[in-house]
Design a protein around this ligand. Structure first.
Ligand SMILES: [Ca+2]
Length: 248
């Protein structure tokens, strides 16, 4: 699919619906923009978020699949001023439901911060988003939803911080609790339903010849106190991870 034609690569950081306007494409595509005679020529390719499976036997999509698009203003057969393309795209990380914790967790992409989609100007017609009729008699209605906030910075490789090793593995951590022993992380949840419970999950690790202890506090109240036992001095056994979960 990428072997011929006019193709542009787009890095997607966050999952969502994306809008490519006529004006933006005209400014970015240069001379290629004149090749768009009909809005049906604009195709979007991409395979969704997350990493490829490591096991070779696990099924995966071969090549790139064409995504459905909606060309707003394309009904007149011309791609012109004020028209735009809508399509759904996923970022590099993937949200996975963890049945043990009853929590959605984010699987951080080890290899890239962006997932890539491709815009191709094709001679064939694109795939349109189809409309679905609304159901008439629904049995469940709600006016709230679960908000999921994920904070993960990959800044520290524990093996790299150890002077007899050079860093290894896929697991990285965020802030280092060494000289600075306390960090504050702010999360905004507008219009939170205060009667509903919140679940919090922290991923911690320690390498210390003495036992270590982490406290997770919210507004001054300790929710979780997590002990991590000491390691020995060998760099072959440098890391003791711990993942407390709390509901309040
Ligand atoms: Ca139009």
């Amino acid at each position: 699919m990428l072997s011929d034609g006019i193709i542009y690569k787009m890095g997607i950081e966050k999952t969502g619906v994306y809008r490519l306007s006529y004006e933006w494409l005209r400014s970015r595509l240069g001379d290629d923009f004149a090749r768009i005679v009909s809005p049906r020529q604009i195709k979007i390719y991409g395979n969704g978020g997350g990493m490829l499976p490591e096991l070779i036997a696990t099924p995966r999509i071969d090549d790139l699949q064409e995504n459905t698009v909606q060309i707003v203003g394309g009904e007149d057969g011309r791609f012109d001023a004020n028209d735009y393309i809508l399509f759904y795209a996923e970022g590099a990380d993937k949200q996975i439901y963890n049945i043990n914790d009853k929590l959605f967790t984010l699987q951080k992409n080890t290899f890239d911060n962006y997932n890539y989609y491709f815009l191709k100007i094709s001679d064939e017609s694109n795939r349109k988003i189809e409309q679905q009729e609304s159901l008439e008699n629904t049995t469940y209605t709600t006016s709230t939803f679960d908000e999921i906030i994920h904070f993960e910075e990959e800044e520290l490789n524990l093996l790299d911080a150890f002077n007899q090793a050079q860093g290894s593995g896929k697991r990285w951590y965020g802030d280092l609790f060494k000289n600075q022993k306390s960090y504050t992380y702010d999360f905004e949840v507008p219009n939170r339903v205060t009667t509903e419970r919140i679940k919090i999950k922290a991923v911690l690790a320690a390498r210390n010849r003495s036992n270590s202890n982490f406290n997770v506090n919210i507004e001054g109240t300790t929710l979780v106190s997590s002990n991590i036992t000491n390691t020995n001095s060998s760099f072959l056994n440098p890391l003791k991870p711990n993942t407390p979960t709390s509901v309040f």
